[in-house]
Design a protein around this ligand. Sequence first.
Ligand SMILES: CC(C)(COP(=O)(O)OP(=O)(O)OC[C@H]1O[C@@H](n2cnc3c(N)ncnc32)[C@H](O)[C@@H]1OP(=O)(O)O)[C@@H](O)C(=O)NCCC(=O)NCCS
Length: 160
Amino acid sequence: MTRVLRARAGDASACTKIVAGLPDYFTDDVSERVRHDLARHQGWVLEDGDSVVGFVIVERRSPLAAEVLWAAVAPARLGCGLGTELVETVLDELSAEQVLIVEVKTLNPKAGYGPYLLTHRFWLARGFVQVDTIEPLPGWQPGNPCALLVAALAGTRRAG
Ligand SMILES: CC(C)(COP(=O)(O)OP(=O)(O)OC[C@H]1O[C@@H](n2cnc3c(N)ncnc32)[C@H](O)[C@@H]1OP(=O)(O)O)[C@@H](O)C(=O)NCCC(=O)NCCS
């Protein structure tokens, strides 16, 4: 039985363990960055029994806008619907907090890197739309075009 909960400080090690198990997706520095960001921003974990099997970290850009900084599911559990359960819950909770726009940055499919082709497809299936490509993105290694994806949780224009 799985459930999505707000992350607590004690979840950091479980999250960094997931990151360390996904070397095709995350460079060595990411575990430490996840630990840093989890202490400063909103986090959610997906628990299966006593185990953390996925997490999401979100930074508020403004009261109405947020960015998914990190999202990951345990390597043995990829592609089983857990990421969908986790992300849909996070988006619902952000919507309840009046967030209108959520962005996520991921590797652009034009890089031709198989694992992140699936990741890009995952975000599109969750309602995200690619609005731009940024290359080079400051802080990313050269040769890694960034796809900027955005989901609207509600309309941003006033009626009438
Ligand atoms: C992206 C991620 C969070 C999605 O969670 P998930 O539990 O694997 O995804 P779900 O099972 O809920 O959804 C499956 C869909 O996501 C996509 N997908 C993304 N990564 C996948 C993977 N490794 N294996 C299978 N499907 C994957 C597929 O499009 C799939 O749908 P389809 O089978 O109809 O094509 C997870 O795969 C993950 O942690 N990937 C590695 C890290 C990563 O890319 N993080 C996001 C960085 S922006």
